[in-house]
Ligand binder design. Structure first.
Ligand code: NAD
Ligand code: MG
Length: 411
C-alpha cells in the first residue's frame, strides 16, 4: 500500500472529527488514494490552512461564502510559509455538490459533512460513478430510496462503526441468508438514568460521551439515542431490510460494533477497540485490509462485554423513528430536520434536553405536515425538510404551552 495511487479522493467535511481522522489515515497509507479536493464549512480557517499546507489538495471548497475570505487569507499564509502554491478556492453549496461529482469510477468520495445538507453532495457523488464512503448517515436517512436508487450495488460503503461492522459480518453471506441485524449502542452518557433525572441536563453533560470523541451534533444525538434511531434507518436502506428486522442492543464497552444473525441461528459480530480510523480505512481500502490500521483487542487481560436492552421509556427516539420509517413519504426527513433544529435550540438555551425528542414527536404529529412521494424526488424531500425546520422553530419560540411535556428551559 506504499506505492502512489491512481485513485483520487475527495473529502467533504475535512475539518470535522471524521474528516481529520481520514486525513490521518491517508497520510499513513498514501497508497490508498491521492487527495484531489477538500470541502469544508469554513468555520475553522486555521485548521483548513494547516490541512491544505500539509496534504496539498488540488481543489478547496468553502461551503459558507461568508467565510471564504477568511479561509483564503489563512490558506494563502500557510501555503507561502510552506513554500507551495495555494489551491484555487471555490465557495458555496453548489461548489460542494460540483466537487462531490467531479471524480469517476475508480475514485472515492468520503462524505463527512454533518446534517441533511449532505444529501445533494451524496447524490452528486453517486451520479459520478465514484465509490461513496458515507459517514453522512443523514443523507441516506433523509433521502432514503432516492439515494439507494441512485447507487449501483456496492457503490456506497458505510463509514459508521455499526454499518461497517455489519458489512464485514455479511461478507460472503447472501441476502436470503440474513435473519436479523443487531445494531449495538453505547447507551450514551445517560444510560441507566430515568426521565425525571434528565430534566436538568446541560449541553456540557450531553457532550461527555463515554466511548467516542465526535462532532457536537452526533454527540448530542448519542445522548438522546437519536443517533441510534438514525442508524436503524440507515441500516434499513444500506442493507435493504425492514425496520422490524433490525434490533438495537446496549453494549456500553463499544467493542462489538454490531452483528448479523443468519437464518441458521449463527450470529456474526465484528469486534475491535472503538476507533473510527478502522471504519474509515475499511471503506477507503476495501477490499484490501490496511496492516496495522488500528489497535486490535488484547485478550491477555480479563475483560467483559455486556449487553442489555434499550430503555425505550426514557429514550423514545428509536421507536418514533421506526414509526416514521414505516410511514415513509418524507417522515424521516421531517424527523431529522426537527432534530437538527432542536439540537441547535438545546445549545442556545431555547430547549431542554428532553425537549429535543419531544420536538421531533411534535413536528411529526403536526396536522400540517406535508407528505413527499418518491415521484416528488429531491424537491419533495427538501420541501418537507423546509417545512419541518420552520415548524420546529415556531414551536420552539412559542415555548412550553403548545407541546405537552416540552419544557423550553432546563430547570
Ligand atoms: P463534525 O461536526 O466534527 O464535522 C463536520 C464537517 O462538515 C466540518 O468539517 C464542517 O466544516 C463541514 N461542513 C459543515 N457544513 C458543510 C457543508 N455544507 N459543506 C461541506 N462541509 C460542511 O462532524 P463529525 O463528527 O465528523 O461527523 C460527520 C458525519 O459523520 C455526521 O453525519 C456524523 O453523523 C457521521 N459520523 C461521525 C462519527 C464520528 O465518530 N464523529 C461516527 C459515525 C458517523
Ligand atoms: Mg455509529
Amino acid at each position: 500500500t506504499g506505492a502512489p495511487s491512481a485513485r483520487r479522493l475527495v473529502l467533504l467535511g475535512a475539518t470535522g472529527s471524521i474528516g481529520a481522522q481520514t486525513l490521518e489515515v491517508l497520510a499513513r497509507y498514501p497508497g490508498i488514494a491521492r487527495l484531489h479536493g477538500l470541502a469544508v464549512g469554513g468555520s475553522r480557517p486555521e485548521v483548513v490552512a494547516d490541512q491544505v499546507a500539509r496534504h496539498r489538495p488540488e481543489r478547496l471548497v468553502v461551503a459558507d461564502p461568508a467565510r471564504a475570505e477568511a479561509v483564503e487569507r489563512a490558506v494563502s499564509l500557510a501555503c507561502s510559509a510552506a513554500g507551495i502554491t495555494a489551491p484555487p478556492i471555490e465557495a458555496g453549496q453548489q461548489a460542494v455538490v460540483d466537487l462531490a461529482g467531479s471524480l469517476g469510477g475508480q475514485d472515492v468520495v468520503l462524505n463527512a459533512i454533518t446534517g441533511s445538507v449532505g444529501l445533494l453532495p451524496t447524490l452528486s457523488a453517486l451520479a459520478s460513478g465514484a465509490r461513496l464512503a458515507l459517514a453522512n448517515k443523514e443523507s441516506l436517512v433523509v433521502g432514503g430510496h432516492l439515494v439507494t436508487d441512485a447507487a449501483a450495488p456496492g457503490q456506497i460503503l458505510p463509514v459508521d462503526s455499526e454499518h461497517t461492522a455489519i458489512a464485514q459480518a455479511l461478507a460472503g453471506v447472501r441476502p436470503d441468508q440474513v435473519d436479523r441485524l443487531v445494531v449495538t449502542a453505547s447507551g450514551g452518557p445517560f444510560r441507566g438514568r430515568t426521565r425525571a433525572e434528565l430534566g436538568a441536563v446541560t449541553p456540557e453533560q450531553a457532550l461527555a460521551h463515554p466511548t467516542w470523541a465526535m462532532g457536537r451534533v452526533i454527540t448530542t444525538n448519542s445522548a438522546t439515542l437519536v443517533n441510534k434511531a438514525l442508524e436503524v434507518i440507515e441500516a434499513c436502506f444500506q442493507f435493504d431490510l425492514p425496520e422490524d428486522r433490525i434490533d438495537v442492543v446496549v453494549h456500553p464497552q463499544s467493542i462489538v460494533h454490531s452483528m448479523a444473525t443468519l437464518v441458521d441461528g449463527s450470529t456474526i459480530a465484528q469486534a475491535s477497540p472503538p476507533d473510527m480510523r478502522h471504519a474509515i480505512g475499511w471503506a477507503l481500502a476495501h477490499p484490501e485490509k490496511l496492516p496495522g490500521l488500528a489497535a486490535a483487542l488484547d485478550f491477555s487481560t480479563a475483560q467483559s462485554w455486556t449487553f442489555e436492552p434499550v430503555d425505550e421509556v426514557t429514550f423514545p427516539a428509536i421507536s418514533i423513528a421506526r414509526a416514521a420509517h414505516r410511514e415513509g413519504g418524507g417522515a424521516m426527513a421531517a424527523y431529522n430536520a426537527a432534530n437538527e433544529e432542536a439540537v441547535e435550540a438545546f445549545f442556545t438555551g431555547g430547549l431542554s434536553f428532553l425537549g429535543i425528542v419531544e420536538m421531533i414527536r411534535a413536528v411529526l404529529e403536526h396536522p400540517g405536515r406535508p407528505r413527499a412521494e418518491l415521484a416528488d424526488g429531491v424537491d419533495g424531500v427538501l420541501a418537507v425538510e423546509t417545512w419541518a425546520r420552520e415548524t420546529a422553530r415556531i414551536l420552539i419560540s412559542e415555548g412550553t404551552t403548545k407541546i405537552p411535556g416540552v419544557s423550553t428551559t432546563s430547570s
